[in-house]
Design a protein around this ligand. Structure first.
Ligand SMILES: [Zn+2]
Length: 110
């Protein structure tokens, strides 16, 4: 559900024709009622409608997931290179094969 604005002072009052969402003041300190006309369910403007909020939340969740996956992949890759480096220290013949393999995979110069 969108964040609903409530009056805090005597001079403030909910405008029933306007969207009920609370939006940040220009100063960023307080909130005021959204100035757009209430069109969705007689309560929200299009941007603050529950469906739109949900859509935006899902979109940003998806972006986060993608970013996290990418980071996890990068970490896994570099950990994998480190493991190979350690193995190469232990066995000379294996080291040559692994270096060649790393080169072929394109991840690293010889
Ligand atoms: Zn609004």
């Amino acid at each position: 559900m969108p964040f609903e604005w409530k009056p805090h002072w005597d001079h403030e009052k909910v405008d029933e024709t306007k969207c009920r969402a609370g939006v940040h003041d220009a100063t960023g300190v307080g909130f005021h009622q959204c100035t757009r006309k209430a069109k969705v369910d007689g309560k929200w403007c299009k941007q603050h409608s529950p469906e739109e909020e949900k859509r935006r939340r899902e979109e940003s969740d998806k972006r986060w997931d993608e970013q996290r996956d990418q980071q996890a992949r990068a970490t896994r890759n570099s950990a994998w290179w480190l493991v190979i480096d350690e193995v190469k220290k232990a066995d000379k013949e294996l080291a040559e094969r692994l270096t060649k393999l790393q080169y072929e995979l394109g991840g690293r110069e010889q």
